[in-house]
Design a protein around this ligand. Sequence first.
Ligand code: RFL
Ligand code: PHB
Length: 394
Amino acid sequence: MTRTLRTQVAVIGAGPAGLLLSQLLAGAGIETVVIDRKDRAYIEGRIRAGVLEQGTVDALSEAGVGDRLRREGLVHDGFDLCFDGDRHRIDLRALTGKSVTVYGQTEVTKDLFQRRFAQAQQFFLGVSDTRPEGLKDARPRVHFTHEGRGITVEADFIAGCDGFHGPARQSIPPEVLRTFERVYPFGWLGIMVEKPPVSHELIYANHARGFALASMRSQTRSRYYLQCGVQENIADWPDERFWEELSLRLGPDTAASLQTGASFEKSIAPLRSFVAEPMRYGNLFLAGDAAHIVPPTGAKGLNLAVADVQLLSRALIAHYRDNNDHYIDTYSQTVLSRVWKVERFSWQLSTLMHQFPDNSPFEQRMQRAEFDYIAGSEAAARSIAENYVGLPLE
Ligand code: RFL
Ligand code: PHB
C-alpha cells in the first residue's frame, strides 16, 4: 500500500543544492522532505568540486555549516595560468579584494548531512522510480519507492535539485522547456593522491599536448587533471603514464617539485555547457545541475548550485513568511541572468585553456593572443579575477 506524507517543500536530490536548500529553509521554520536515489555514503564519497567562492562560504556559514570549513579550508589569493610554458599569476586579492577557498565537495556534503541528521530531518535515501506529478496543481506530488514500499510526498512546492540526469527537468512539458547545449570534444581525467600539492596555488596549463590542472584538497592531498579523449579508457592510464604526461604539460620547472605516488581515485568526466529554460514550471523549481552544467575549468558548478539555492530559499521564505510571491515569480529570470554570465566565463576559460582537435592555426594564434592580453592588461586580468571569485547574486 502507498504511504502518503505531507510537507511544505519536497526536495528531490541530496547533493549540495538539495541539502543546502533544506537547511536554509529549516532555518526559517519551513519543513522539507528530501529524497535521493543514492545512499549517504555514496553521496558523501562522490569526488567533484574543490574551489568555493566567498559567496558560497558565506552561504554555508549562514546555514550553520561554516565551522570546519573556516578551520580546514585553504584560502587562496590567486592562481596561475600557463600557456606553452609561459606563466601568469592572476592575483585575485589585488584585483578584486577577494579570495577563494579550497574545500572539497565531499566535505561540504558531509557537513550538510551531519547537520540535517542532527536536526532529525526527514530523508528518504536509496529511493527508486522518482516521479514528480501535478506540477501545476496547488498540491504537487512526488512518487517514489523506498525499501520496497510506494511513497507519495504531497507538498506546496517541489525543488528539483536532482542533477543533470534527474527526473525533475524532464517532467517539464517539452513544448515549454528550451535547452541550450555545447559538448566539448574532450574530457578531464582526474586523480587524487596523498601527496603535498606541487604548488601552493592552482595552476591551469594549456600545453601543445593538452590542458592540465594542478589542484589540491589539503596541504597533504593533491588533485590533478589532464585533458583526454572522451572515449579513453582509464585502464590505459596507469599512474606512471599520468605522472609522465602531467610533468610534460606542467613543464620542467614545475615538474621538478611534483611529488608523485599511488592514486586512490581516478575518473574521466566529459565537458559540457548546458542551460535549461525556464527554471520554474508551475510549483516546480529547478536548482543546480538539474538546470545547468558548466565545464569545470572555471570551478563554477557547485558555486552556481549554491547561488541558485540562495535565491530559491529567499523566494520560498518570502512566500511563507510575508505572503510575498514577487521572488517566486521572478526566480527563473533572476537566476538565469546570472547563470548565463557564469556559462560565458566557463566557456571562455575552457576555450582559452584546451587544445581543440579541429582548431585552425588562426584559432591557435587567437588563444595565444588572448593569453598575452590577459598577461599584459590589468583590465583583462581583472575580468578573469572578478568572475573567478564570483559575480554578485543579482
Ligand atoms: P548533484 O551533486 O549532481 O546532486 C544531485 C542529486 O540528485 C540525485 N538524484 C536523484 N534523486 C532522486 N531520484 C532521482 N531519480 C535522482 N536522480 C538524481 C543524485 O543522486 C544526486 O545526489 O547536483 P547539485 O546538488 O546541483 O550540485 C552540483 C555540483 O555537484 C556540481 O555542479 C559540481 O560538482 C561541478 N564541479 C565543480 N564545481 C565547482 O563549483 N567547483 C569545482 O571545482 C568543480 N569541479 C565539478 C568539478 C564536477 C566534476 N564532475 C565529475 C562532474 C570537477 C569535476 C570532475
Ligand atoms: C578541483 O580541485 O577539483 C578543481 C579545481 C579547479 C577547477 C576544477 C576542479 O577549475
